[in-house]
Design a protein around this ligand. Structure first.
Ligand code: AMP
Length: 279
């Protein structure tokens, strides 16, 4: 695996690949990699000639300075995991390689997507995601890019960016990878104690319970019961709500199969975790 940290070297390598008509798969990440990331990488390896992964902790998408400072960094183990998975190129730029002097912010119409859930609670977050993914797409110019459904709302933001600026890039959204307890793998889990990991497993239990209750009770009561499960187990709830899986607009009634999404943002041991379930 080639490890590249500068833009100029990246362009040199990519120009040769483009000449050779390589189909390029791309997986942008913020590092502290786990099986959720590696699953995206393996899918890209299966479907493309060359796979490039980026590891860049994007300061612009953190609305909270402490969260940025505490974001885990495990680059040595990231390199090992990626090499073992068969990744071809790892791009690990410093901030100055991404936000160069010629960097001009882009503006994307996110419509209602930015008005709900993470949008108002993390002001500037999705704009930061748009800016960095826009730059990475410009630099890498992949044929195919891979994202995880664990960050459900982010997936919709990425699709809006693709539709408005990169119609030629195919986007594939991959299922959430979970630990045996059901907890969605996340780089932030590295900040939890063993007890915190047990507590955090109630997020998925609450999501699944809402799904199971769909046949029996109204959404409002199912959501209340999910929140009760979380609170009983010392999980602090920021939001836990049913929405339309296509529009992300909160819903007061059950929708037809595949259109319901329950979205959760909670705090465990001072760590903010998000998850969701589509059914
Ligand atoms: P991050 O490093 O957290 O920015 O994530 C990089 C990519 O990996 C994003 O597309 C995430 O949605 C995806 N991802 C993170 N955790 C998981 C998971 N548990 N399952 C599937 N995809 C994930």
């Amino acid at each position: 695996m080639k490890v590249i940290s500068t833009n100029s070297e990246l362009q040199e390598v990519l120009s040769q690949l483009r000449k050779d008509k390589n189909q390029l798969g791309f997986v942008p990440t913020m590092g502290a990699l786990h099986e959720g990331h590696i699953n995206l990488v393996k899918k890209s390896i299966d479907e493309n000639d060359t796979t490039i992964v980026s590891v860049f902790v994007n300061p612009k998408q953190f609305n909270n300075a402490e969260d940025f400072e505490k974001y885990p960094s495990t680059i040595k183990s990231d390199i090992e995991l990626l090499a073992k998975a068969g990744c071809d190129i790892l791009f690990v730029p410093e901030s100055k390689e991404i936000y160069t002097n010629s960097y001009a912010p882009v503006s994307i119409n996110l419509g209602q997507i930015n008005d709900v859930f993470e949008g108002p609670l993390r002001p500037g977050h999705f704009d930061g995601v748009v800016q960095v993914v826009n730059i990475l797409f410009e630099l890498v110019q992949p044929n195919h890019a891979y994202f995880g459904l664990k960050d459900y709302q982010q997936c919709m933001v990425i699709k809006a960016l693709r539709d408005q600026r990169f119609p030629g890039i195919k986007i594939t959204l991959c299922p959430t990878v979970r630990s045996a307890s059901g907890l969605a793998l996340s780089s932030r889990n590295k900040r939890l104690s063993a007890k915190g990991l047990e507590t955090a497993a109630y997020i998925y239990k609450a999501l699944k319970t809402v799904h199971e209750l769909k046949k029996h009770i109204e959404p409002e009561d199912a959501i209340k019961y999910g929140i009760h499960i979380l609170r009983t187990h010392q999980v602090e709830v920021e939001y836990f709500a049913l929405a339309n899986a296509d529009t992300l607009q909160p819903s007061k009634k059950w929708l037809r199969s595949g259109k319901n999404v329950v979205l959760a943002a909670v705090w465990v041991e001072g760590v903010r975790l998000i998850d969701n379930l589509v059914f």
